[in-house]
Ligand binder design. Structure first.
Ligand code: MSP
Length: 661
């Protein structure tokens, strides 16, 4: 009988910076599901790739002095290196710069145009450059900024093609609320209330302001704008509208698209609309997970960002603790739908408790006892007791539970189920006290039963864990004397598979216990250095990008402005104001006989930083008394992104008293 197909996808990643642990989550999760399904006997297609077009990449390449293609080639190589390092068993890797994808997207765009779903018009809206997204006023956050990255947006207008969305609104609402497409389904409410109920707006699907995109064949001023290009990857990679592949019939519709919450809207609304417009079947499930956030020293969860320097490097973690421990940790911590905070402490505690003390210890104790009491080879006599049934019952039941979790994309729960069996087996050791049995020759058969039951429990557990930790489990099989045919999916649902006289082989410690204090100190030092480096490295443009520009004050006339008398003045002397930590008292030459000004800049400037420098003052400000000291005017300074104030130093050749207009 031919194997049943199973198609699972990650998002295609932007190669605009090196991948980090956050990118690993979806990929490791999909990999574990793909491996599990292969183990179950499915014919699996696991797709990942990179989303290589767009203005941001064009800009980054320009800054780096290379072509966009050269730029993405370098980063794609790092992504591929990471996936191979993390043991990601993808079957296909799509790059949106691949010729077949370009050709297919052009055909898809034209087909949608010919069907009347795409039309030409003019776009005016709020545009977020970093996210390459236009937003409507109702979508902006409460500060009027981008709802995704919360950075300021700008008003932009251009000729563009649009895709009609309203014809699909009812079907999409039903898809989200009446089917189990969306996981977790609780997220449907926000989509329906925020996007569908207010009326689905047509989608801008082309751009004319940059070149690095797929050209629209019938209007070469335009390139296809991100989502039609990116989302189509899920079908072009199978050969839709191209001849590079021929698996579309076999694998479409996808069984699972897995994405993080920030791109849920595109996959829950726009993607189904595109497929409906193309008359294609819809994917079966969209699994949406949260972000891996970084828990900073203050206990606040921050989004990982290169500019903050808080991105956790998977290569570094893998070198220290092993790739499987990292895979386990990220999958075990994140519940579908919720964010999960990453901290070095949580990670190390998790590895120590579950892997070193829990599973690792179960294996090493069992193998060591079989070695010590029986020279590694179990005798065939047996003596069962009632308590064995509890262990056997628990272990035999987990495969079915794990199957269900995998089918519902609940990987954290799948691991929890498996670890209930680990705990049960460790408890069984405490209950049966094999070290006591080992002292009594008359208990040989009982001891053999106990150790055999433990080896069987380990066999089942390690088989079910192998899709999650594919490097370590073969080492376990070697230690417990299991052959390849013992560790199949079928045998993971049975007890009593290993030969009665199985031979164990003591091996390396699977998950060495981590010295938490030492490691935390070292990891914290690494992250602090990264944060400091990131701060120092931020280009001025990026700093400006990070900075939330305050709202513009109400409009004034030139006459209003003329009322403010700004002048150049020289700081002759300066001193701290006693009893007022923030204040400096400055004596100024203002070209008009001199004056004294008190300024709240003592946190950032020492008196010697200012003496001898020319500054700008508001010369006609009504005097006030600050902490008992009179201030005749104020010094002009700008608010910096880090919360400090930066004094404005004018051209130092200007004479004192020069007027600024
Ligand atoms: N190119 C688009 C996806 C197009 S799919 C047709 C994109 N790329 S991305 O590289 O910015 O992000 C890819 C995925 O990684 C997104 O789901 C994003 O949310 C996810 N993650 C990026 N950082 C993450 C964490 N810190 N934690 C979990 N997932 C994160 O969006």
């Amino acid at each position: 009988m031919p194997k049943k197909p199973f198609y699972i996808t990650t998002p295609i990643y932007y190669p605009s910076g090196n991948p980090h642990i956050g990118h690993c989550y979806t990929t490791v999760a999909c990999d574990s599901i793909a491996r599990y399904k292969r183990m179950q006997g499915y014919d699996v297609m696991f797709l990942t790739g990179t989303d290589e077009h767009g203005q941001k990449i064009e800009q980054k390449a320009m800054e780096a002095g290379v072509t966009p293609k050269q730029y993405v080639d370098g980063i794609v190589a790092t992504f591929k290196k990471l996936w191979s390092y993390m043991n990601i068993s993808y079957d296909r890797y799509i790059r949106t710069t691949d010729d077949y994808h370009v050709e297919a997207v052009q055909k898809i765009f034209k087909a949608l145009y010919d069907k009347g779903y795409i039309y030409k018009s003019e776009y005016m809206g709020k545009y977020c450059t970093p996210c390459e997204s236009f937003w409507t006023d109702s979508q902006l956050d409460e500060d009027g900024c981008c709802p995704e990255c919360h950075r300021p947006v700008k008003v932009a207008k251009e000729e563009a093609y649009f895709m009609k969305m309203s014809p699909f609104a009812d079907r999409i609402e039903k898809l989200l609320t009446e089917t189990d497409y969306l996981r977790p389904k609780t997220r449907a409410t926000e989509l329906v209330n925020n996007f569908i109920k207010p009326g689905l707006e047509d989608l801008c699907v082309s751009r004319t302001t940059f070149k690095w995109g797929i050209p629209v064949t019938f209007d070469d001023k335009h390139v296809v704008y991100v989502w039609i290009d990116a989302l189509s990857n899920y079908i072009t990679a199978l050969g839709y509208e191209n001849s590079a592949h021929a698996d579309f019939e076999k694998f479409w519709p996808a069984d699972v698209h897995m994405v993080a919450k920030d791109i849920m809207r595109f996959h829950a609304i726009i993607w189904p609309a595109m497929l409906m417009a193309l008359d294609l079947p819809l994917p079966k499930h969209l699994a949406v997970h949260g972000w891996i956030t970084f828990l900073n020293k203050q206990g606040e969860a921050q989004k990982m960002s290169k500019s903050l320097g808080n991105v956790v490097d998977p290569f570094m973690l893998g070198e220290r603790y092993g790739v499987d421990a990292i895979r386990y940790h990220i999958l075990r911590e994140m519940a579908l739908g919720a964010d999960s905070a990453f901290s070095n402490e949580i990670m190390i505690n998790r590895i120590n408790s579950d892997l070193a003390n829990g599973f690792g210890n179960l294996v090493s104790r069992t193998v060591a006892m079989a070695d010590k009491y029986f020279g590694g080879k179990l005798p065939t006599e047996r003596e069962a007791e009632d308590i064995d049934e509890q262990l056997i019952g628990c272990v035999s039941a987990i495969r079915e539970k794990v199957d269900k979790c995998i089918d519902e994309t609940r990987l954290k729960n799948a691991l929890e189920e498996i670890f209930t069996a680990v705990d049960r087996a460790n408890k069984y050791i405490d209950e049966t006290e094999p070290w006591k049995l080992g002292k009594d020759e008359a208990k040989r058969a009982r001891l053999a039963s106990v150790l055999y039951n433990l080896l069987e429990a380990i066999r089942v557990i390690s088989t079910l864990l192998s899709p999650f930790m594919p490097t370590t489990m073969p080492k376990v099989w070697e230690q417990i004397g299991a052959s390849q045919s013992d560790v199949t999916y079928e045998n993971a649902g049975r007890f009593g598979v290993l030969p009665l006289d199985v031979t164990v082989h003591k091996g390396e410690i699977l998950f060495p216990r981590i010295d938490i204090d030492k490691e935390i100190e070292e990891l914290n030092a690494i992250i602090e250095k990264n944060m400091a480096d990131a701060k120092a490295k931020l280009s001025d443009a990026e700093k400006a990008d990070e900075f939330a520009v305050p709202e513009l004050a109400d409009e004034i006339t030139i006459d209003d402005f003329a009322k403010v008398d700004l002048r150049v003045a020289l700081v002759k002397s300066a001193e701290k104001v006693k009893k007022a930590k923030k204040l400096l008292c400055l004596q100024l030459d203002d070209g008009m006989g001199g004056r004294q000004v008190v300024s709240g800049i003592a946190n950032w400037y020492a008196p010697e930083d200012l003496v001898g420098k020319k500054v700008i003052i508001v010369a006609n400000l009504k005097p006030v008394t600050l902490c008992g000291v009179e201030s005749q005017g104020m010094i002009c300074a700008a608010d910096a992104p880090d919360g400090s104030a930066k004094v404005i130093f004018p051209d130092q050749s200007l004479p004192c008293g020069a007027k600024i207009r």
